[in-house]
Design a protein around this ligand. Structure first.
Ligand code: UDP
Length: 268
């Protein structure tokens, strides 16, 4: 089907060789997994929405000076990104207690944390992504001390920015996961934000109703996951043309990209 070389297939995305050296194409699937892939399923249209939400968030983050791998969205399910060497750490930022921290520390879901917490998990599916301390990161040289300073500083800025962005649309940013990568320039390397930011890796609660608008709907069999992801995109203004990419209007119902001001004629 595709003549492009596949570099990697993950749980929710596929990476293909990009058109130029140092680039990759990130393809967003509808596949969903939870509990270290013990639970598998699909969320219809998720890949399309996550591609769009992640494009939007990465673009806004780049406007506040966060370096990211995002170059541009190519189509409904694909974006062009810079190839990075992934730092094997999942960075989780928590504002409110939910998920694994509740089990681990006996906290009540929804309890505000005394202050924002940053946690690190070692990216290793076979080990179930264990929680690690910065000591482990240094000891095993998964990232250097300066890299960790950059990662922590970016994580805090991203949290501040995204908390405001979501609270403006009545969504509470409970927690989220980030991944970072290295790009090389001669003898030097620097850290940039990689992967994606979408309801797959964030906990997003409606501020008024407390309704979950994220992957917990799938994890906990609550139903309505497609609608929840769409609702996040809709509130961000991504479904009706507002804030959409240059000259493009997103139309989920037709699953077709419209050109602004140009009526779309169905292709035969
Ligand atoms: N998260 C993620 N990928 C993972 C683990 C966690 O995207 O492999 C996200 C998750 O969606 C949540 C946050 O990181 O927004 C914190 O997740 P937690 O540690 O509570 O794990 P969970 O209970 O969701 O497995």
């Amino acid at each position: 089907m595709s003549r492009r070389r596949q570099i990697y297939e993950g749980k929710a995305k596929i990476l293909y060789e990009g058109p130029e050296p140092g680039t990759l194409i990130q393809y967003f699937k509808d596949d969903a997994t939870a509990f270290n892939a013990e639970k598998k399923g699909t969320i219809n249209g998720k890949g399309v929405i996550n591609n769009r939400i992640s494009e939007y968030v990465f673009t806004r983050l780049s406007h506040i000076g966060i370096p990211t791998h995002f170059i541009r969205r190519l189509n409904m399910r694909e974006q062009l990104v810079r190839q990075v060497e992934i730092v094997p750490i999942e960075v989780v930022v928590r504002n409110i207690a939910a998920g694994s921290i509740c089990k681990r520390l006996g906290l009540e879901e929804g309890e505000p944390l005394p202050h924002t917490l940053i946690e690190y998990y070692y990216k290793d599916d076979a080990l179930g992504d264990p929680l690690i301390a910065e000591e482990h990161i240094a000891a095993f040289n998964w990232a250097g001390p300066e890299e960790m300073q950059d990662i922590a500083a970016m994580a805090i800025r991203i949290n501040d920015f995204m908390s405001g962005m979501f609270s403006a649309i009545d969504i509470r940013l409970v927690d989220f996961k980030l991944e970072f990568g290295r790009i090389f320039d001669g003898d030097y390397s620097r850290i940039i934000l990689a992967d994606e930011i979408s309801p797959d890796g964030c906990r997003l609660w409606d501020m008024k109703t407390g309704e979950k608008l994220d992957k917990d709907r799938f994890r906990r069999d609550l139903g309505g996951e497609e609608e929840a992801y769409q609702e996040v995109a809709r509130r961000l203004g991504l479904l009706d043309g507002e804030n959409s990419g240059p000259g493009e209007v997103f139309d989920l119902n037709s699953h077709r990209t419209k050109l602004r001001g140009t009526p779309v004629k169905p292709k035969k």
